[in-house]
Design a protein around this ligand. Structure first.
Ligand code: 5GP
Length: 195
């Protein structure tokens, strides 16, 4: 006869369940560089690739940065309940495909998410005990503005819209478990590794 206790008598044989690591920040705070380095350094960490209705920026590739989809396809993903979460940011829709996340977690891998505060809230609500939420702050507003201008990917109008959105995003910092100030990449990265 087995008892519930027997089921747990060899905890080292229990397969590890993956963690969900949420990395949020206003655009330009350094989140993308941090997450790229993290997935490059940790083979057991999978980056969730989101679907979005926004256009690809120069240098971005379909299926690498995002699944770039049209409105009809995004409608299908939501209608068929294929997204773990989704939100509108800057009048464009962004969402996390559910299946690859579930597959990775079941295989014991951790999953890294680059989502906005709305996505972070939705993912946390679904798996509060398996989720770690990290917010990346820029050292200052002027620094954020300088970084957005320096990467020269967007028009001035778009940059201003992204800064305004960043102000909104930052008001949600206290909903996160950890905050990292990205003043210096190596120090910020070390902080992230520590978490
Ligand atoms: P960007 O257009 O600069 O790549 O992203 C704009 C915002 O959308 C960023 O804050 C980014 O984290 C967020 N985002 C990207 N993918 C997703 C997603 O799948 N879900 C949600 N909720 N936000 C996302």
């Amino acid at each position: 006869m087995t008892t519930p206790h027997d089921d747990h008598s060899k905890p080292w044989e229990t397969q590890r369940r993956g963690l969900l690591l949420l990395l949020c920040s206003p655009a330009g705070a350094g989140k993308t560089s941090l997450s790229r380095r993290l997935v490059a350094d940790y083979a057991d960490l999978t980056l969730s690739i989101s679907a979005t209705t926004r256009n690809a920026r120069p240098g971005e590739e379909h299926e690498r940065e995002y699944f770039f989809v049209d409105d009809a396809e995004f409608d299908r993903l939501t209608n068929e309940n294929l997204l773990l979460e989704w939100a509108s940011v800057n009048n464009k829709r962004y969402g996390t495909p559910k299946a690859p996340v579930m597959d990775a977690l079941e295989a014991g891998k951790d999953v890294l998410f680059d989502v906005d505060w709305q996505g972070a809230r939705q993912i946390y609500a679904q798996a509060p005990t398996d989720t770690v939420r990290v917010f990346v702050l820029p050292p200052s507003w002027s620094d954020l503005s300088r970084r957005l201008h320096a990467r020269a990917q967007d028009s001035e109008e778009v940059i201003q819209a992204r800064l305004a959105l960043g102000r909104e995003e930052i008001t949600h910092w206290s909903e996160f478990d950890y905050v990292i100030v990205d003043k210096d990449f190596d120090r910020a990265y070390a902080g992230l590794i520590h978490i």
